[in-house]
Design a protein around this ligand. Structure first.
Ligand code: SF4
Ligand code: MSK
Length: 658
């Protein structure tokens, strides 16, 4: 029996039914309680969020404070230095963007370093798997590709993309992919990014005590920094991962905790950088290690992904995925996990205690992310098998000595994942004349009302997965095509929306398109860093024509209904700065009825950007998005076409010919 964890205070009872709509997680939470084990769900129930902190109206940027302001006295009171509530909120918002952007761009820079070492022949375990993608990316930023060998192109691409991080003047390379009118707006407002290091440093400096005390000026640098992530660091991470590991194409895959196997050595990799998981695939396929597992009495080695690097491998290779952010502790409660390796981002420190309770071997692998008391086996791509092999060997030992009773929820969901922006092109336009024209045409003729990116985290302050699923249900029912990334993709995959058959849940127009093409009404594009794929899809829609001249003209919107991380705020800001209406759920880190709120929720749109929105209710959120899409359709003069969406035979033939 698992020893009961000592907590300072007994947690308040958790209402499991209202904590999660993921049945596997609910089953494991009930088991955790029986076993006396605490998870983030229990800690959230026991810990009330600080109301001042939640509104981001508390400043502790110097030791004259902390200074707390709130809406009641927001304009009658200032901090000791005189900072107003708008300054304090904007500075706190800016720090979230700087930190969230740093996480993505550091990940991207690591991928670029890996790319350089592969090109130079210093890393032999990886190679360029997708030379066509290499040529396309190089071509998109003006690098000559005709009659040149791959190594030459790759070397030039590396040098050019390094500027994404380091350049101190001028525009980052991927600014060339931005639609001209959107770029004009950026230039007008001075937000075209330089290198991410420069922008993050600049923004962090401004938030220091006694520097930028004009919320509008701060927000300009927030946009510039966030864009250095979306069209910079994150986009590099996505494109280099595709070049090195292959561009995703649709693949059938299984998700949920039922992917664990009682008679096999179960290994979970959880985090964000795909290279560790790529090398794990080699380790678990090694005949010597497989034999070692069999000698220990196992039927084999079962490698599964979790969180975002798991979503990356799910999309790219169809590797099974056992759950999203709020299930990372719960999955250990099965007792079936022999080892879990983690790299960076969204790794709860609480995993250490839960792993100890169930005798699971937990390993940190990245120098940036160590956890007190957890064994560290550093992953070094120059010797890429050392760390994964050690994780497998430890997992086999744990399997051999399993003492824990095992309970694996018997729940698995099959679906189609791996819809890169390139594949959307081929799928809708055909292999020989890939194009976004059929997508644009179906939006113009009203079969598809618009497109919504529903992305982001789980948050134990709301019922896990429920807000994602309710929002998406409502959107597709109203003919809005949904594209997804991150933990949101997993929420909908677990709810069974990733099959072509789920088209019956869509409105008539979207259903017709899905049935004709054979696609689900919800398309998964990969991990949270791959939100950059959504930006490229938006740029392609503008380039294809018929839907306006800038991203701000498109009938599209974004949502992160269960967000929790600073990365999510940075992502939200780069979508807003790119021209997209972006609605967040759970809570919004500002005080209502302030100038800063009006700036984010109204003024930015008037300046030619997108704008922020907030609702904790998925149905209201859906209506806000639909209203916005309809507003854009009206401005484009295509609002009447939805009245003529019923297909006749010639319409259907046109779709099929595409
Ligand atoms: Fe207070 Fe100003 Fe110091 Fe912030 S920077 S803690 S508002 S005195
Ligand atoms: S893992 S950032 S909880 S999407 Fe990318 Fe999920 Fe959000 Fe982490």
């Amino acid at each position: 029996m698992v020893e009961k964890i000592k907590t300072e205070k007994e947690p308040k009872a958790l209402d499991i039914k209202n904590a999660t709509s993921c049945d596997a997680t609910a089953q494991m939470l009930a088991k955790a309680e029986k076993d006396g084990v605490e998870t983030a769900f229990h800690r959230a129930a026991a810990m009330r969020p600080c109301p001042i902190g939640a509104d981001s109206a508390c400043c502790k940027h110097c030791s004259m404070g902390p200074c707390r302001l709130n809406s009641k006295d927001s304009y009658g009171k200032v901090g000791v230095c005189g900072a107003t509530i708008d300054t304090i909120m904007a500075r706190n918002f800016a720090r979230m963007i700087a930190c969230g952007g740093a996480a993505h761009t550091d990940h991207g820079m690591n991928m670029l370093n890996l790319f350089r070492e592969v090109i130079n022949g210093n890393i032999k375990d990886y190679s360029i798997k997708d030379p066509i993608k290499l040529q396309e990316v190089a071509n998109s930023i003006g690098i000559e590709v005709e009659d040149r060998d791959i190594k030459e192109i790759a070397t030039d691409l590396y040098k050019e993309l390094e500027r994404t991080y380091t350049q101190v003047e001028g525009e980052i390379p991927f600014a060339k992919r931005v639609p001209e009118k959107t770029l004009e707006t950026w230039r007008k407002h001075g937000v075209v990014p330089r290198g991410a290091m420069r922008e993050i440093m600049d923004l962090s400096h401004r938030t220091h005590m006694g520097v930028d005390q004009d919320y509008k000026n701060l927000m300009t640098q927030c946009s510039r920094t966030a864009l250095a992530d979306g069209w910079g660091g994150s986009m590099v991470a996505t494109e280099i991962s595709d070049i090195l590991f292959g561009t995703p194409t649709p693949v059938k895959a299984e998700v949920n905790m039922g992917c664990l196997k009682e008679d096999e050595v179960n290994i979970i990799i959880h985090g964000h950088e795909p290279n560790l998981l790529e090398s794990m695939v080699d380790s678990v396929s090694d005949p010597i290690l497989i034999q070692a597992a069999k000698d220990a009495g196992a039927a084999g080695i079962n490698l599964v992904g979790m969180c975002c690097s798991g979503t990356d491998m799910l999309s790219r290779h169809g590797l099974p995925h056992v759950g999203n952010f709020m299930s990372t502790e719960a999955v250990l409660v099965t007792g079936a996990v022999d080892a879990m390796g983690v790299d960076v981002q969204c790794i709860k420190q609480g995993l250490a205690t839960v792993a100890e309770c169930y005798d699971t071997k937990l390993f940190t692998t990245n120098p940036r992310c160590r956890i007190e008391g957890v064994e560290h086996i550093e992953f070094d791509e120059h010797d890429a098998r050392k760390c994964p092999d050690a994780i497998v060997e430890n997992a086999i030992i744990r399997f051999k000595n399993r003492k824990m009773p095992i309970e694996i929820p018997n729940i698995k969901n099959t679906g189609i994942h791996g819809f890169s922006h390139e594949y959307i092109n081929y799928m809708l336009g055909g292999t020989f004349r890939g194009s976004y024209t059929p997508l644009n045409d179906n939006i113009i003729n009203g079969r598809i009302r618009g497109v919504a990116g529903v992305v982001g985290c789980n948050n134990p302050r709301v019922k896990q997965d429920w807000v994602h699923v309710e929002l998406v249900k409502e959107l597709i029912r109203n003919d809005v095509l949904v594209i997804q990334t991150g933990c949101s993709q997993l929420a909908l995959a677990k709810a069974g929306f990733y099959t072509p058959e789920a088209a019956h849940l869509a409105g008539d127009g979207l259903r017709e398109v899905c049935e004709t093409v054979g696609m689900p009404p919800v398309l998964g594009l990969g991990p949270c860093v791959d939100n950059s794929r959504i930006l490229i899809a938006c740029a392609e829609m503008v380039k294809t024509g018929g839907l306006g001249d800038s991203i701000a003209d498109l009938p599209v919107a974004g949502a992160a209904p269960e967000w929790m991380s600073e990365k999510a705020i940075c992502i939200g800001q780069y979508f807003v700065a790119s021209g997209v209406y972006t609605v967040f759920g759970v809570t919004f880190p500002i005080v209502k009825d302030t100038k800063f709120e009006k700036y984010l929720f109204e003024d930015l749109e008037e300046m030619g950007f997108g704008k922020w929105g907030f609702s904790a209710d998925p149905h209201e959120m859906a209506q806000m998005i639909i209203k916005h899409i309809d507003k854009k359709r009206k401005a484009l003069g295509i609002d009447k076409s939805r009245e003529r969406v019923l297909m006749d035979m010639s319409d259907r033939q046109k779709l099929e010919a595409a």
